[in-house]
Design a protein around this ligand. Structure first.
Ligand SMILES: NC(=O)c1ccc[n+]([C@@H]2O[C@H](COP(=O)([O-])OP(=O)(O)OC[C@H]3O[C@@H](n4cnc5c(N)ncnc54)[C@H](OP(=O)(O)O)[C@@H]3O)[C@@H](O)[C@H]2O)c1
Length: 384
């Protein structure tokens, strides 16, 4: 029985992970759950899965939650420090990291220090500090098992291959809700259009990132860190059907692809069962019903976040952390109704242009760049 912790259990990935655990109660036990403030959902999860430990990051919500789980024999760890203690004290075999945004960096580093294998959904931590995280994981002999469907696809294609034979990887992208929208109409785009993703049902932040294609830019940086690649070895391809989750090309001209249904439970389950495969309840692809799979080049003019990510990927240093931080604040402001959709890339570009990149940064320098960029972004938006 594998003892699983889910950080971000109340979110889209977190609840899909619990569905996987529900399907295989003989293989997995959810021993720890963590959320930010959604204590109603967390309480439902506690009632069904009876974890040993829970964490509520928001301290006020944690105090309310304490009253609701009184005398239930569950250990409550409140706040950020509590999350660290939960990771250290619960006895976890595999940790699913499904917290959104830069807040995932600290718990990821804690899990690695505690020698816990991480099934990683969060991408922002790798964007910020990819080489530091992967270096630390190697030193502590910890496995980072990707949940993100594209990274999971590449991981599966590379599993038994000699990496020296790898020529390039193709990251596929559905193209988001505005693939066919004319650039001239971007100024009119409203929040409810952005939140309607054509293929995936996800949390709000990643749904916005998928509409700007920043999400694909983040995946470029994520893939570079996970598979130790330079930016020129990664190509992005629009693939509207979202059936082929990514591909790997080898030096003999062979291309390997991973295809499956468009549902995150498949890569989540694989990150939990690896190196085994279990039945998932999903059947394979009905190729005759599908008829065709389409691929096209991404439009860098319509989606400037792609170019900004590529720039950060070529520069590395502290620039990817600045890209991530500026985007995080801009997206939050857009979700709060304080910023127009089309301005997100302009804001990110302005902050990146102001940044003096530091090559081979320490973790402290990355965290300082993150804080600086968040403050700069808030100031730029404040002046609009
Ligand atoms: N959704 C997908 O299909 C998908 C696919 C690939 C990768 N990812 C990545 O996985 C991560 C999670 O995505 P999601 O779609 O599941 O997001 P989501 O639905 O917004 O869920 C986020 C989870 O993180 C918690 N959380 C938010 N802020 C937090 C903080 N400061 N500290 C601790 N916990 C916090 C939330 O708690 P509350 O509910 O209490 O707010 C919630 O449980 C993101 O990095 C995303 O890029 C997602």
């Amino acid at each position: 029985m594998k003892r699983i912790a889910i950080l971000g259990s109340t979110g889209s990935i977190g609840s899909s992970t619990l569905k996987v655990i529900r399907r295989h109660p003989d293989r997995f036990k959810a021993v720890a759950l963590a959320a930010n403030s959604n204590i109603d959902e967390l309480l439902l999860q506690v009632k069904e899965f009876s974890p040993e430990s829970v964490c509520v990051i928001d301290e006020k919500a944690a105090a309310r939650f304490a009253l609701r789980i009184k005398n239930k024999g569950i250990k409550l760890y409140p706040g950020k420090q509590g999350l660290k203690e939960l990771i250290s004290c619960t006895g976890i075999d595999r940790m699913v990291l499904a917290i959104t945004g830069s807040s995932a960096l600290e718990p990821l580093l804690t899990a690695i220090e505690r020698k816990i294998d991480v099934a990683l959904a969060n991408k922002e931590a790798l964007v910020m500090a990819g080489s530091i995280i992967m270096g630390k994981a190697r030193r502590h002999n910890v496995r980072i098992l990707p949940i993100d469907s594209e990274q999971s696809a590449i991981w599966q294609c590379l599993a038994k291959e000699d990496k020296r034979a790898l020529k390039r990887i193709y990251l596929t992208a559905s193209g988001g809700p505005f693939r066919k929208t004319s650039r001239s109409l971007f100024k009119k785009i409203e929040l409810k259009q952005v939140l309607k993703h054509p293929r995936w049902n996800m949390g709000r932040k990643i749904t916005v990132d998928s509409a700007t294609l920043m999400n694909k830019g983040f995946e470029l940086l994520e893939a570079m860190a996970l598979f130790d690649l330079s930016s020129d070895k990664v190509s992005i391809l629009i693939h509207p059907e979202a059936i082929c989750h990514s591909m790997v090309e080898f030096n003999d001209g062979v291309v390997m692809a991973q295809l499956s249904a468009t549902d995150m439970r498949i890569p989540i389950q694989y990150a939990l069962t690896f190196p085994d495969r279990l039945e998932s309840g999903f059947s394979g692809i009905d190729f005759c019903a599908l008829k065709s799979l389409n691929f096209e080049k991404p439009d860098f003019k319509k989606f400037p976040c792609l170019g900004l990510s590529l720039k950060a990927a070529r520069m590395l240093g502290t620039m990817p952390a600045v890209l991530n931080a500026a985007n995080e604040i801009a997206v939050n402001e857009f979700l709060a109704g304080n910023l127009r959709f089309f301005l997100i890339p302009d804001i990110v570009r302005t902050v990146m242009n102001r940044h003096k990149n530091i090559i081979n940064p320490s973790l402290a320098q990355i965290l300082a760049a993150d804080a600086w960029a968040k403050q700069q972004t808030a100031a730029v938006i404040g002046k609009l």
